[in-house]
Ligand binder design. Structure first.
Ligand code: BTN
Length: 286
């Protein structure tokens, strides 16, 4: 018996049976092991794979997280998948496409979790998926050739599904969770994948039809970062602290920063388009 058969595998048949999409997942690659489903999807896309192609793997040997981190990807437990999106809205600048795809994808994943499990995940800007302050999933969107006729975005989704809390590596145990740990039962990953794809297609089609403000509204309703005190570590090594108060029309995070000047502090609004946002735990609702 191969090690992959010791759990319920994701099969193309099981995903297809549960799928209600027109495009996403209609070209589907199910792998036992790959370095990274994002890298596999990018290679397929560069070879001409159609819009909506999905790669899903039982394990990743070099799963990639945001900001150069690794994504813990043990065999047969979780969902590691990547989706090729080739359609860009013609009426919008490429930057709008690139900033909204991660956010609308995060909303889609959160909604899929809710539909499947009854749990109600929140989002940490830009696209961490949280349950009760612990991370249950994350997204890594990578683009190639944007601004050309062959531009594409790979939406990579990692979701902790059937791991029990004591099986997480020690350094993740307090920070991460899984659907099984939260709901007290395991989940069918093929059905979950099909639900993620349906929810994503719905929002991607809406975005293509110009419904950005509806997506922004749905994102803001789920976003646990708004009204929180946050610290933002930026790529240039600088960091700032302030209160997140809104999502901008371009998907950015708007933060109010206080500058103490004499006795009357001055405030300014800073727009964050990239960076590592930390929710400062104390002082939640000041
Ligand atoms: C994050 O840091 O929160 C993003 C994690 C994204 C992980 C997923 S797993 C499937 C896909 N393939 C990768 O190598 N990374 C993404």
């Amino acid at each position: 018996m191969s090690s992959v058969s010791a759990f319920q595998r994701i099969t193309p048949h099981a995903v297809t049976m549960a799928l209600c999409t027109h495009t996403l997942g209609r070209s589907l690659h199910v792998l036992d092991e790959t370095p990274s489903t994002n890298s596999a999807a990018l290679a397929l896309a560069q070879d001409g794979a159609p819009d909506g192609t999905v790669v899903v793997a039982e394990s990743q040997t070099s799963g990639k997280g945001r900001l150069g981190r690794r994504w813990y990807s043990p065999l047969g437990k979780n969902l590691y998948c990547s989706i090729v999106l080739r359609r860009a809205p013609s009426a919008e600048p490429v930057s709008t496409w690139l900033s909204w795809v991660p956010l609308l994808s995060a909303v889609a994943v959160a909604r899929a979790i809710q539909v499947t499990s009854g749990l109600r995940p929140s989002l940490k800007w830009p696209n961490d998926i949280l349950i009760e302050q612990r991370k249950v999933g994350g997204l890594l969107c990578e683009s190639s050739g944007t601004g050309t006729a062959h531009g594409l975005v790979i939406v990579g989704i990692g979701l902790n599904v059937n791991m029990w809390r004591d099986t997480f590596p020690e350094d993740l145990r307090d920070l991460a969770t899984s659907l099984a740990a939260e709901a007290g039962r395991p989940f069918d990953r093929a059905v979950l994948l099909a639900t993620v794809l349906s929810e994503l297609e719905l929002r991607y089609d809406a975005f293509m039809s110009g419904a950005t403000s509806e997506i922004k509204h749905e994102y803001a309703l789920r976003c646990a970062t708004i009204r929180r005190r946050v610290r933002v570590d930026m790529a240039n090594g600088e960091s700032l602290e302030g209160r997140a108060h809104a999502i901008g029309d371009d998907g950015s995070l708007q933060i109010t920063v206080e500058h103490p000047v004499g006795e009357s502090p001055r405030e300014s609004v800073v727009t964050i388009r990239a960076g590592d946002v930390l929710h400062v735990r104390k002082d939640v609702n000041r």
